[in-house]
Each structure stands twice: as structure tokens, then as C-alpha cells.
Design a protein around this ligand. Sequence first.
Ligand SMILES: Cc1ncc(COP(=O)(O)O)c(C=O)c1O
Length: 444
Amino acid sequence: MLTYDLSKRNKPLYYALYLAIRADILSGKLSENEKLPSRRELAAHLNVSEVTVNNAYLQLYAEGYIRSETRKGWFVCEVERQPTAKLPLPEKCRPLPEKRKDLSLGSNAALFPFSTWSKVTRKVLADEYDKLLYAAPNCGIAPLREAIAEHLARFRGMEVNSERIVIGSGAEYLYGLLVQLLGTDCLYALEDPSYPKIGKVYAAHNARCAYVRTDKEGIVLSELPPRTGVLHLSPLHSFPLGVVTSAARRKAALQWASEKPDRYIVEDDYDSEFRLEGKPLRTMFSADTNGCVVYMNTFSQTVAPSMRIGYMILPDGLYEKFEQTLGFYSCTVPVLDQFVLARFISEGYFERHLSRLKKAYRQSRIDAVKNLQTLQTGIPLQTESEDAAPYLIVRAETDMSDEELKNYLAERGFTARVLSEYYHTPNPPEHLLLLHYFALSGTH
Ligand SMILES: Cc1ncc(COP(=O)(O)O)c(C=O)c1O
């Protein structure tokens, strides 16, 4: 029977167990096709809960270390073994070569409260079983919309009518719905740089997009093209720079939107929960008095990207138009997931999880800054900004072009993103790397 000392750990129990079993698989102690003990047996043997073993097995399964055979149990998969290397978390099912380090990626999956999620799921199955097999209302189930509205009131001071919330499979799905709602006659203006999928989704729905320069205060509104009808912003924490649009620019943008009918601002509030400094800022949605701001957010960063749950809040007039013209669409998020998330939020777990994540981000940011100088890239690196959570923006002191810089780093075993990749306007800033806190700090 597998035996591990899980008492000395600074990680969730299931994760410590997952790491221990993974190490045995990689070292060859557990051989290919070997059968693992059942969850019940192992839980009893290690004196932990079955949920803990289940979660450890699911993590191993997701990463390709073990497979499940119906009515037979769990078996070790064939993996590339590296007996002596101290392994980083694999991105796929294979361990990475020892020296290769992907500095552009990081995941907060290790902090996900699996046991709470399991508990909430069991409660939902027991209490809501009579609703789970029926189609959801097209904008999502009322308990989730209400839980979101209450969370926004508590956490962001927003006054939201839950009936104006539309639930969908992540922000990227909702961008598509928005184009269908707002039409393609006008121009869609986007911050430069911004999250690449925004422009891609709009363009895939035949919307014309213009990228507008940003500076330290956010988007430069004086450069907005004249035919702009929709202005897509992440004013409280832009991606990837982490810039907060100044209060004056936010006000000017609202003024711009109010000057003509059919002008809208999409406030894409992704990641603003992870602005690590200062008080929560007032959203543009809350400051809007003319019904021209659509607020959008997602649980991709705050719960998990695999969840595919996001939402938008439509101002009154637009909501009516949505119901009339697009109300025929079914809600794209499974009802079970909606009920589980609704309880996760309304029973206080979500906000607890957020503060845990924030704490981890703050710590890993400190470690990342410290560890930066120990990276053996052969190029001097200086932290340019720590505010783009969860990234450090780092200046590489070099004359190479960004393309050459990426290749140079790749030859030394590092994968890194350069900031210029995110720009569309000419002459983007060069030699700036976007390095994930977690990849640098080695925490997760
Ligand atoms: C501004 C912005 N919105 C949304 C997302 C992702 O949202 P989703 O996974 O819900 O499509 C990202 C991801 O980086 C982003 O930068």
C-alpha cells in the first residue's frame, strides 16, 4: 500500500498526496500499468478523507499520469521518467526537461478549494436534484444571477439589478453576443495593447475594430476614430499592462458615450479583483447615469479557466433589446455548474477564495522580484512594473530585436512573452518581457 507522511506540508492535503504519488510514478517506484489502491482503501490507510484521495487522483488523471478502467480501478500510465530531476509542475502530461522553464505561464489551480467544491456539489445534488435536468432560463438561473449581484454589492459597492445579468460561457462567448446585439455598422475601438481574443472575436463576427493608443492614464480618447460606436475598455486593470485608467479619462469616456445614442462602453473588468494595491475602485458601470455601460466579468481567473462561466450586465434599454432579438438563445452554461457556483458565492466561499488568491499573488510577487536576478539568462533584467498582476513586466537590457530576444531565451531553455506581441499600433515598446509571478517564484 502507498504510504506517505503528509503531516509536514504547506500545501492542501490532496495536493501533497498528488505530488507524492506523482514523484513515485516519475521515479519508477510505481511502474507502468501498476494498479493503484482504491480511493477508499488509500483514504483509510492514510487516515485522510476519500475526497482528498479522489482529488489527488483526478489531478493525476488530468495530467496524464494515471488512467481509469471501468470496474477495474486506477492504473499508472506510461510516462517519460526523470529519476533524479526536481520537477516543475508539468504543463502537459510529460515532465519538462530540467532546464526548460516557461516564464509566461502560471496557474492558481493548486489553490482551488477542491474539498469545498465537492461539498457544495454534493449539497446541490441533494437539494436541487429536481431542477438540474431542466433547461435554464436563457440568461442563467436566478440564484446565480442573484448571488453575483450580491457579491458585486458587497465586494465592489455596485448596485445591480440581478435581472439585467446575462450568464454565458466566459467573456469570449459574451463578446460574440455583444456584436450580435450592438451590430456591425459602427467601429469597435479597443485599447492597444489588450487581450488579443477581444479583437479576434469581434472580427470573427464581422465587426470592424480599431486599436487606440494607451499611455500611463489609459486609452488616449483624443485618438478615438470618428465612427467609433463601441469602446471596449478594461479601465480598472488593463491587460496585459495592469494600468488603471485615470478618473479624468473614465469621466471623459462616459461623457463621450453619452453624447450620441447608440454609443456604448464595454467595461471588461477581468482581473480587477487582483489589483493588489489600494482600495477597490468604482466601476464605470456604477458611475454611468445614461445607460451606456455594459459591465462584463468572468470566473476564469477567480475560479478556473476550465469553468467557462462569465457574465455581463446590460443597461435597461439594451437588456430589453437583448431579450427581443437574442432571447431565443439557450444559456450556454450547464445548470449544475450554475447552481454550484451560485452556492459557492452565496455561502461566502468565493470571497474567502479570492482573499486567499490575493494573498498568494502578493507573496509570489515578492518572491518573483527576488528570484528575477537569479535567472541565468545572460542578459541583465530589471523589473519595470509589478502592477500587472499576475505578471512582472521586466526590461531586458539588450540591443536584440524582440524576435531575437525570444529566440535567444528559448535557446537557453526559457519561454517568455514579449509585450510587443500584444500591440497593433506601430512602434510598440521593445525589450519588455511579461513574466508570470508563479513561474518566477516557483510557488505553483
Ligand atoms: C480582458 C480579458 N477579458 C477576458 C479574459 C478571459 O475571459 P474568459 O476566459 O471568460 O473568456 C481575459 C484573459 O486573459 C482578459 O484578459
